[in-house]
Structures are given as structure tokens and as C-alpha cells.
Design a protein around this ligand. Structure first.
Ligand code: C5P
Length: 404
């Protein structure tokens, strides 16, 4: 007899939020799978949700009365959204309609589901489902970006046949896959298990002579925080690091380099096997054409001239070699025209996303322990608040994981 593995959802309190969309019929299967995995599920449904699926079915499967209104009409019993928010080990809203996503993004708490969401102290997962044009509308993109910036995990919709008869992006993720996302989150956030991640960090030093170099102020803190986060989430991490004064994070395979050319060499070796590559290093754009093998002496008669040559662009080199399924992320540190410059780099270097930090933001950038970033991809931009670099790393990795 084979033993069945116990699901990480066993014994967990899950609030299942259901909105008024045709995909609500899939919520019945989702509820069934959650209960089967051993979770205790409390369904909260919006008034429109009840038009699509009857609470009787949901309460029979969850073995709990379904909550929808603030009060039960005949008894006057009040349902506490605060208690529910505290009870939950996680909340999953599936399907999440454009309307509820908009309300969640802006705190419009006019029903039990949004009120519970605002009271929830636990992780919230949002599985959007809507017609392709609603999904593609800039307001939906902006509202989802806001939800991500609050720390919610968006379970991205699929592309396929929609209830409207049209084909496009907007199908709610299949219940089996939603359960998998929750399980891996509860399994110690092991969501990068089996994945290989390549990260570059720190500055490069471009030698002028044995004692001098061209370098920059990069401390490596952001790249090292990313490496630690990926390792903690089960990834096999190769950290290609320029010269920094930091300890290698536990469980990370570190390759120490000095120049951009050495960094390129190490990255070219690791990239073919990588699922994800994050280019966080501040690579010098130019290197001396020649390195003097002896210390250049101070000349009183003439000022020495150092001829420079262009360094290889590591991110762009990997971008050109990228295979389908590989995710390549870059960083952009800008002082002006931030968003335009970042978008230009995204396309020129064939990146999937670019993390933008502006030197204009206090607390962001070189040497600090905090950072304030925006993530830009082809679908739009998500702004995150100022946070410790370890938390910024978790936001960036959440964003990348949602693309896997
Ligand atoms: O063009 P820029 O230097 O602003 O691009 C920044 C992004 O490109 C970062 O992700 C950085 O690590 C990467 N980069 C690189 N090799 C270079 C220059 C930048 O990998 N030579």
C-alpha cells in the first residue's frame, strides 16, 4: 500500500472568496479540492456571486454556513469580518472579478468579501477571471499592480476559450493549479524547489594598473539579498559577485570575479542551465584598453591618458541567448527619465522584467539597507513602497515566481 502524502493545507484555515463571474462554477471544484486536502474552508461570497452559484452547494461541501451579508436577515446575527480575517491562515479569492479587484485596490469595503480582505492578516491570493477586454483594460492592469504592491499574490489567468465565446487571456487558473500554489506556499514557501537561479551582484573593478581600478559604489546588498531569498525558497543559486565586503548567503554557490569580462565568462557558463537570471550587478561600462603591469608613476611633465574600451553588456548577451521558458531580469538605476530608460533597456536587452530604482528616492540605491523599486515589464509597471532590501528581494522573487 502506498502512503498518501499529507498536504501542507491539512488543518489550515482558508477563507475562499467567490465573486460574481461565470468562473464561479470552478470554485465548487476548488472548494472540493481544498477540503480534500484537509483544509477548513469558510466561503465568503459576494451578492453577485450568489447569482452564479448557490450557497447551499457551497455550505454542503464546506460544512459551514456561507457568509455573504453583514447580517443574517431574519435573526439579525452579525458576521464579524474582523474575526474571519484573524481566523484565516490564508485567503484566496477565486474568481476575482474586475469589480472586486478594483474595490480591493481602493479599499471600497461595501460587501463582506472586501471587508474581510481588508481585515485579513494572512497572505491573500487573487485569481482573476474575466473577459479578455476587461482583463486587458488599463484599469485592471493598474489595480492588479496595486494589489501586488500590497503583497497579495496574483494567480495569473490563463489564455484560452472564454465563456463569452471569445478566445484570449482571462480564464481563471484551473482549481488544481490554485491548490498547488497554496500548497507550495504553505510548504515553507518552497516555490523555487528544483529551479536554478543565476544572480550577478556588486560592482566590477576594471584594472588600470596593479593598484588602481575603475569601479563604482555598488555594495552588492541587493543582489546578496536576492540570492538569500532564492536559496530560502529552495532554489539552487549561483551568485556571480564582484568585489564586495559581504558574506556569501547560506546554501549559495558563489563565484567571485573582478572585471566585467570575468563576470560575463562566469555567467555564460551558468546561464544555459538557469531557469531564472537576475542581473543585479553594477557593471562598469568601460575598461582601460590596456592594464599597465607596473604602477603608473606620477609624471610631472604630462598627465597620463587612459584609453577606454567598451565592456560587454552581460544582460544583453544573455538576452540574445535566452531560450523559451528562461526568465531574465535586469536592474536599472536611473537619475532621470526613469521609466522611459527602463522600458528601452527592457526591449534592447531582451529582458522579461526590469527592476527600476531611482537615485531621486531617499533610501534607495547604493549602500543603503532599504530600497524603493518599481517593476516594469511589457504589461506595465508596479510600484512598491520603501522597504528593507530583504523584503524588496521577496517582492521581486514573488513577481518572478508568478511568471514561471
Ligand atoms: O544599461 P545599464 O547599465 O543601465 O543596464 C543595467 C542592467 O544591465 C543591469 O541589470 C545590469 O546588471 C546589466 N548590465 C550588464 N552588463 C553591462 C551593463 C549592464 O549586465 N555591461
Amino acid at each position: 500500500m502506498t502512503a498518501t502524502a499529507i498536504s501542507p493545507l491539512a488543518g489550515k484555515h482558508v477563507v475562499l472568496g467567490i465573486c460574481g463571474g461565470i468562473a464561479a462554477y470552478k470554485s465548487v471544484s476548488l472548494l472540493r479540492l481544498l477540503v480534500k486536502a484537509g483544509a477548513e474552508v469558510q466561503v465568503v461570497i459576494t451578492p453577485a456571486g450568489k447569482e452564479f452559484i448557490t450557497p447551499v452547494t457551497l455550505s454542503a461541501l464546506s460544512q459551514k454556513p456561507v457568509v455573504s451579508e453583514f447580517f443574517t436577515a431574519n435573526t439579525g446575527e452579525w458576521h464579524s469580518h474582523v474575526d474571519l480575517g484573524l481566523w484565516a491562515d490564508c485567503m484566496v479569492i477565486a474568481p476575482a472579478t474586475a469589480s472586486t479587484i478594483g474595490k480591493m485596490a481602493h479599499g471600497v469595503a461595501d460587501n463582506m468579501l472586501v471587508t474581510t480582505y481588508l481585515s485579513a492578516k494572512s497572505q491573500v491570493f487573487v485569481a482573476p477571471a474575466m473577459d479578455l477586454d476587461m482583463m486587458a483594460h488599463p484599469s485592471t492592469t493598474a489595480n492588479l499592480a496595486l494589489l501586488r504592491s500590497y503583497g497579495n499574490i496574483i494567480i495569473e489567468p490563463d489564455t484560452g476559450y472564454l465563456a463569452s465565446g471569445l478566445t484570449g487571456r482571462g480564464r481563471m487558473e484551473e482549481p488544481e493549479n490554485i491548490v498547488k500554489v497554496l500548497e507550495s506556499w504553505f510548504a515553507g514557501r518552497n516555490d523555487l524547489a528544483g529551479r536554478r537561479v543565476l544572480i550577478t551582484a556588486g560592482p566590477t573593478y576594471e584594472k588600470i594598473d596593479p593598484v588602481r581600478f575603475i569601479g563604482n559604489y555598488s555594495s552588492g546588498k541587493m543582489g546578496y539579498a536576492l540570492a538569500a531569498e532564492c536559496a530560502a525558497r529552495g532554489a539552487q543559486v549561483t551568485l556571480v559577485s564582484g568585489p564586495v565586503a559581504l558574506e556569501a548567503p547560506a546554501g549559495v554557490d558563489i563565484v567571485k570575479v573582478e572585471s566585467a569580462r570575468q563576470m560575463l565568462q562566469a555567467c555564460s557558463e551558468a546561464f544555459p542551465a538557469a531557469d531564472i537570471a537576475i542581473m543585479c550587478a553594477a557593471v562598469a561600462d568601460y575598461a582601460p584598453a590596456e592594464t599597465a603591469d607596473r604602477k603608473i608613476k606620477r609624471e610631472h611633465s604630462e598627465v597620463p591618458v587612459i584609453h577606454l574600451v567598451k565592456n560587454p553588456d552581460i544582460a544583453a548577451t544573455l538576452g540574445a541567448a535566452k531560450k523559451p521558458g528562461q526568465i531574465l531580469a535586469g536592474f536599472a538605476l536611473e537619475t532621470d527619465h526613469e521609466a522611459d530608460n527602463a522600458a528601452e533597456k527592457l526591449s534592447r536587452k531582451n529582458l522579461d522584467l526590469i527592476v527600476l530604482n531611482s537615485l531621486r528616492d531617499a533610501g534607495a540605491g547604493f549602500g543603503t539597507d532599504t530600497n524603493k523599486v518599481s517593476i516594469i515589464d511589457r504589461a506595465g509597471r508596479t510600484d512598491y513602497p520603501l522597504k528593507p532590501k530583504s523584503e524588496v528581494a521577496a517582492d521581486i522573487i514573488d513577481n518572478i515566481v508568478s511568471r514561471l
